[in-house]
Design a protein around this ligand. Sequence first.
Ligand code: UT7
Length: 329
Amino acid sequence: MSSTCTIVGLGAHLPRTIITNADMERMVDTSDEWIRTRTGINTRHFSQDNEPCSVLAHQAALKALEHAGLSAQDLTHIFVGTFSGDYNLPTTACILQDMLGLKGLPAFDLAAACSGFLYCLETARAYIALHPEACILVVGSEVTTSRLNLEDRTTCVLFGDGAGAAIVTGQPRLGGIRIVDVMLKADGSVGNLLTVHGGGSACKPVLGAPIGPEYFVQMNGRDVFKHAVRFMSDISISLLQRNNLVPHDIDLFIPHQANIRIIEAIAKKLGVNMDQVYVNVDRIGNTSAASIPIALTEAVQSGRIESGMKVLLTAFGGGFTWASALLQF
Ligand code: UT7
C-alpha cells in the first residue's frame, strides 16, 4: 500500500435548519432531559426538500477543493459513502459528478452506513496504490431524515443531516495529512439489529401500497450500543498495535458521533481522557457516514489539531460495519 497517501483538503456542510430537543418534544413523546442524558444530543440539522444528499455533498466538496487549493478539474475519481442517497438510481456520486461538471470521471456510491467514509478512504488508498497520480474526492453525505420514521421516538431524536469531504492524493504535500493506516471490519450475522429493509429486493415496494415502518431506520438500540462500544474499541486497539502504538501515543481521537455515552465508554476502554476526544454529537447528532469527515474538518478548522499530531478515527454502523484510520498531521 502506498505510504504517501495524503489528505490535502477537507470540507463540511450542514443544512441551515437546526432542530432542538424542544422541537423534538413537539414531534414525539420525548423530553429534552431524556435526550440529553441518554445521548448527549442538544441539536441536530435537518435538510429541507431542496437539500438532498447530493446538494450537501456538493457543498462539502466545493469547500474541500477550496481548502486544497484545487479545482474540480484536478479530480480523477469520486467516491460517496451514504445510505440515504438522492435515489436508488442514479447514484449520488454520479449526480455529484454532473454538478461538478466532470463528465467521464469514475464515480460510485459505497454502502457501509456510518462507516461509509472510512470504507471510501481505504478504497481511495487502494486506487492510489494502482494509480499514484489519482486525486480522489471522498465524501460522506447523509440525509438521514429521509430514512427516519418521525413518529418513532427511539430513532428520530438521534440523527441529523450533513456532509463532509476530503481530497486524497498520492503525492506528499507540505501541510497534508498522511493516511498512515486504515482497518475495515464487518459482521453480517448481526445486521438485523439496525435496518432499513423497505425498497430492497427482499422487501419490495408494491405500487400503491402504503409505506410502512420497514422503510425507515429500525434499531435495537441497547444491542447496537454494546456492539458499537466493543467493535470501535477493539479495532482502535488493533490498528494501533499494527502500527506499534498505544492509545497514549494518540493526540486526538475522533470517534463516530452517535451517543456521548458510547464515546465515553470507548474512551474509558482505551484509557484516554475525554479532553483527548473530539465531540460534536451535542450539536449535530448522528450524521452517519458524514460524522467522521465533519468532525475531522471541524477539529482541523478550529485549530484543535496541530502539525506533528497523530489522530485516530473510528466508526461503526449498520451491516454491521466498523473501521479505524490513523492519520499523521
Ligand atoms: O450510528 C450507529 C448506530 N446507532 C447507535 O450507535 C445508537 C446506539 N444506541 C443508543 O445510543 C442507545 O441505546 C439509545 C439512545 C438508542 C437508547 O438509550 P438506552 O439507554 O439504551 O435506552 P433504552 O433503549 O434501553 O430505552 C429506555 C427507555 C425505554 O422505556 P422503558 O421500556 O424503560 O419504559 C424506551 O421506550 O427509554 C424509552 N425511550 C425514550 N423515552 C423518551 C426510548 N426513546 C425515547 C425517547 N424519549 N426518545
